[in-house]
Write a protein that binds this ligand. Structure first.
Ligand SMILES: [Zn+2]
Length: 345
C-alpha cells in the first residue's frame, strides 16, 4: 500500500467537468504501464494493455476522477460566495468546513456558520439549507471579485490520514477506487483479454463520462471500481448495514443504477473464494457507479462493480479499511489475469 499515492490522488481537485489537473497527474503516473493512452472529447482517459490471447475481448475498467464539489453561483456585495452543488451533499456535514476556491488563483475559504451564541433553540436542531450557506474567503469584496468569478470551482479541503486501521479524508469517493484500478493495472502479469482502464469524468452528476466512454470503446465486459456504503455505525440496525468495514472487498449484486450480471458476480465470487480473498456481497438500495453507465451502452454490456466499503460517504471524513483496499486490488488483479475463464455464452 502506498499511502503517499492515495494521498496525492485525494488531494488533487477534480470537480465534475473540470478534471484537468487530476487527469494530467494520472496520465503521467499510469502511462508507463500502458501500451496505448488516449483522451476523448469529454476528458475520459483510456489506458490500454493489449491482450495476449488469439482473439482478445475488450474489458473496460472504470473509476471516476471527479469529486462532489461546487461552483460559485453568486458573490454578495460583502464578498461572500454562494454555491451551486455538483453531486449529492448533505448540508449537515458542510457547516464550518474549509474549502479551496479555484479562482484566478487558488485561495482558501470556510463555510461560515452562525455562532451558537446567536442561534435559536430551533436553529440548533436543524441544518442550514445549502442555498443559504455561504463561503468566507477573508478578503474585501473588491479583492474577491478580482480573484473569483461566477462558475469558478470550489472543492473541500482535508488531508488524508491513517486512523487506526483506516484511511480517512475527503474524496475517497472515488480516489480509493482509482487507486485500486491503478494498482491492479500495474500489477497484473498478463491477460488473454485486452484490459482498458478508464479514468472517467462526471460520475457524480449522473455517470456521464462512463456512458460515452463505453459507447466508443464497445467493451465486452465492464467492471467499475467505486466505494459503497458501510453503514455499520451506531444508530443503524445491522440488517441495514449493507457492508461492514474490514470484512473485505465487496462484490456488487445491485444498486439503484445497475443490476450486476449474475454470471459475472458468480465469477468474481469464485475467484475470491479460490484465492482466499476476503469478500462480502453487496446490495446497495440507493446510489450507483459507472457500471450503470456502461451497462446501458449500445445494446447492453455485462457489468459488475468491485466496491470498497466506506463509512461517512460524501463527507470530509470518508473512511476505508486498509485491508479492504488491499483485497479489492487483489480481486481486480486476479480478474484481469483470469478473465478468459469467464464467458457469457
Ligand atoms: Zn463514486
Amino acid at each position: 500500500m502506498s499511502l503517499e499515492l492515495l494521498r496525492t490522488l485525494c488531494n488533487l481537485p477534480a470537480p465534475p467537468g473540470r478534471e484537468d489537473e487530476f487527469r494530467a497527474f494520472i496520465v503521467e503516473h499510469l502511462s508507463p504501464y500502458a501500451d496505448d493512452v488516449h483522451t476523448d472529447a469529454m476528458g475520459n482517459v483510456f489506458f490500454t494493455r493489449r491482450g495476449s490471447g488469439s482473439s482478445p475481448r475488450t474489458i473496460m475498467l472504470a473509476a471516476h476522477m471527479d469529486e462532489i464539489s461546487f461552483l460559485v453561483r453568486h458573490i454578495s456585495k460583502e464578498g461572500f460566495l454562494y454555491v451551486q452543488p455538483l453531486g449529492g451533499f448533505d448540508p449537515r456535514v458542510l457547516d464550518a468546513q474549509r474549502v479551496w476556491v479555484h479562482g484566478r488563483k487558488r485561495i482558501p475559504g470556510v463555510f461560515g456558520t452562525k455562532p451558537t451564541h446567536f442561534t435559536t433553540p430551533d436553529e440548533r436542531t436543524k441544518a442550514v439549507p445549502l442555498e443559504d450557506m455561504f463561503i468566507d474567503v477573508g478578503l474585501p469584496p473588491e479583492k474577491v471579485t478580482e480573484l473569483v468569478r461566477i462558475g469558478d470551482p470550489i472543492t473541500l479541503e482535508r488531508d488524508l490520514i491513517e486512523m487506526g486501521h483506516f484511511y480517512t479524508g475527503k474524496t475517497l469517493d472515488d480516489r480509493v477506487g482509482m487507486y485500486v484500478m491503478v494498482e491492479a493495472f500495474k500489477r497484473f502479469a498478463s491477460s488473454h483479454d485486452t484490459i482498458v482502464a478508464v479514468a472517467t469524468v462526471q460520475e457524480e452528476v449522473g455517470v456521464r463520462g462512463a456512458k460515452t466512454a463505453a459507447f466508443s470503446l464497445e467493451p465486452h465486459i465492464g467492471i467499475a471500481l467505486d466505494i459503497t456504503i458501510a453503514a455499520d455505525i451506531p444508530g443503524i440496525e445491522e440488517r441495514n448495514w449493507c457492508v461492514r468495514l474490514g470484512e473485505g472487498t465487496a462484490v456488487k449484486i445491485m444498486d439503484s443504477y445497475s443490476i450486476s450480471d449474475p454470471r459475472l458476480v458468480e465469477f468474481l465470487r469464485t475467484l475470491a473464494e479460490e484465492r482466499g480473498i476476503r469478500h462480502q456481497m453487496e446490495i446497495l438500495p440507493r446510489g450507483g457507479t459507472d457500471a450503470g453507465g456502461m451497462q446501458l451502452s449500445r445494446s447492453g454490456i455485462p457489468v459488475c462493480t468491485i466496491s470498497i466499503p466506506c463509512r461517512y460517504a460524501h463527507s470530509v471524513v470518508e473512511s476505508v479499511h486498509r485491508d479492504d483496499v488491499a483485497a479489492s486490488i487483489e480481486l481486480l488483479r486476479t480478474f484481469c489475469e483470469q478473465s478468459h475463464r469467464f464467458s457469457v455464452a
